[in-house]
Ligand binder design. Structure first.
Ligand SMILES: C[S@@+](CC[C@H](N)C(=O)[O-])C[C@H]1O[C@@H](n2cnc3c(N)ncnc32)[C@H](O)[C@@H]1O
Length: 410
């Protein structure tokens, strides 16, 4: 058998009986894919790992708590033989052979009639990698090949030029806080496939340098907007490029719906009848504190965190924020766009009951090479912003969580 290469095939197991012998680590690893394939799964094993038990409890397979017995494979289409009893595995293999059931053997690839490839998926395509013969089997190597292919497809470094499915219309992509590694896999792939990218100043600017030649990159801040508002100019640029049949990515910092005006763009595109897909991003409100060693919640310290915009000062009549209510909260306050107003914010919080000693951290350009953290208290923060020359973009964290991490408080 070993002299010939294996013949690759995709088994359509939906509604068909699959027998799994042994409920250990091998079964635990293989069961999710068998369940996803819709197999009618019978597990035969005296014991099972807690994860396998959880799948049984969820009704995803039937478990008979006993050792393998002759006849178990009689009406199966496919079997995974993975008990820790070699003699039972040999007997089960022989039964599989007699009933012409393709059997994978966890303990002896050479004696198996089927091999499990290393698999991964990307956007509806399954990549399956097999070594051609049992002697050359090197599971780590096949897994590494699978990883390279799947990762390449996901991040767009491996492009299938003529047959890739491109998202028509506009993709509103959250680019994360700035570090180019912190965009989602889907966001990165859409970016790699885009014809036009309309971008803001925040977010992963380094990724723009990696775009293939010929991709048009438009800085949203530089769009001529004449009698339009800036946002309307962006909306019409999105619509115009999409109408020309181009794949447009609207790249935003953090998450598109956290102070990102993302829904305004979704609404404008819907009105224009342009398909739009939204790809969430990692918001700076959680990730920037985290990158600076500050958890927004911590057991026994903060049971809630509130994200608030500081772009309008508390004494401004346009403010929609209930600052006195925020002053009464015991949890963490995360303030975005607050560098210019933090003095007034701190004053208001103290006036409504927050201790002047409440710790505050200012994290500028979080997750980038220029990241900087400066600590203060509510009483000193206005002065610290000036003396430390804190500039936007910065996230301001107010609360006891600031001091729980190993970062030395300044
Ligand atoms: C218009 S809001 C956009 C927020 C974004 N949609 C998000 O989810 O992170 C811009 C504010 O986010 C914060 N911000 C975004 N990226 C940041 C970063 N890398 N470091 C510090 N603050 C950041 C700053 O407070 C900045 O003024």
């Amino acid at each position: 058998m070993a002299e010939h290469p294996a013949y690759p095939v995709g088994l359509r197991l939906s509604g068909r009986k699959v027998v799994v012998l042994g409920g250990g680590q091998v079964a635990q690893r293989r069961l999710p894919a068998l369940i996803a394939a819709g197999g009618d799964i019978l597990l035969v094993s005296p014991t099972a790992t807690p994860s396998v038990e959880a799948m049984v409890d969820a009704g995803e397979l039937i478990w008979e708590k006993r050792p393998y017995a002759e006849g178990d494979l009689a009406d199966a289409w496919y079997a995974l033989i993975a008990t820790d009893d070699t003699e039972a595995n040999i007997r089960a293999s022989a039964e599989g052979e007699r009933h012409r059931v393709w059997c994978v053997r966890a303990d002896d690839a050479d004696a198996a009639t089927a091999w499990t490839p290393a698999t991964g998926t990307s956007e509806g395509v399954t990549v399956a990698v097999l070594t051609s013969d049992a002697k050359g089997r090197d599971p780590r190597h096949t897994a590494a090949i699978r990883d390279a292919v799947v990762e390449g497809l996901r991040d767009g470094t491996l492009v299938a030029p003529h047959h890739r499915t491109r998202t028509p219309g506009v993709a509103l992509v959250g680019g994360g806080p700035g570090d180019p590694d912190l965009i989602t896999v889907r966001g990165r792939r859409l970016l790699a496939e885009a014809d036009v990218v309309i971008t803001d100043h925040l977010g992963p600017r380094d990724l723009l340098a990696e775009l293939p030649q010929g991709v048009e990159v438009i800085d949203a801040a530089k769009l001529p907007y004449g009698r339009f508002m800036a946002q309307e100019a962006i909306n019409s640029a999105l619509i115009e490029h999409a109408r020309q049949g181009r794949s447009v990515v609207r790249l935003k910092g953090g998450d598109p719906f956290v102070y990102g005006r993302g829904m305004e763009e979704v609404q404008a595109l819907a009105e224009a009848g342009i398909p739009c897909t939204v790809v969430p991003g990692i918001s700076s409100s959680i990730s920037v504190p985290g990158a600076a060693g500050i958890p927004v919640t911590h057991r026994g310290v903060a049971h809630e965190f509130t994200v608030v915009s500081g772009h309008i000062a508390p004494d401004d009549e346009r403010s929609l924020v209930d600052w006195p209510a925020l002053a009464r909260l015991t949890g963490t306050l995360v303030i975005l766009m607050g560098v210019g107003t933090i003095g007034k914010v701190a004053e208001t919080l103290i006036a409504h009951g927050k201790s002047p000693d409440t710790p505050v951290a200012l994290v500028q350009e979080g997750t980038t090479a220029a990241q900087r953290r400066v600590d203060a208290t509510l009483a000193t923060v206005a002065e610290t912003v000036v003396s430390a020359e804190i500039k936007p973009p910065a996230v301001i964290v107010v609360g006891e969580v600031v001091t729980v991490g190993p970062h030395p408080a300044k």
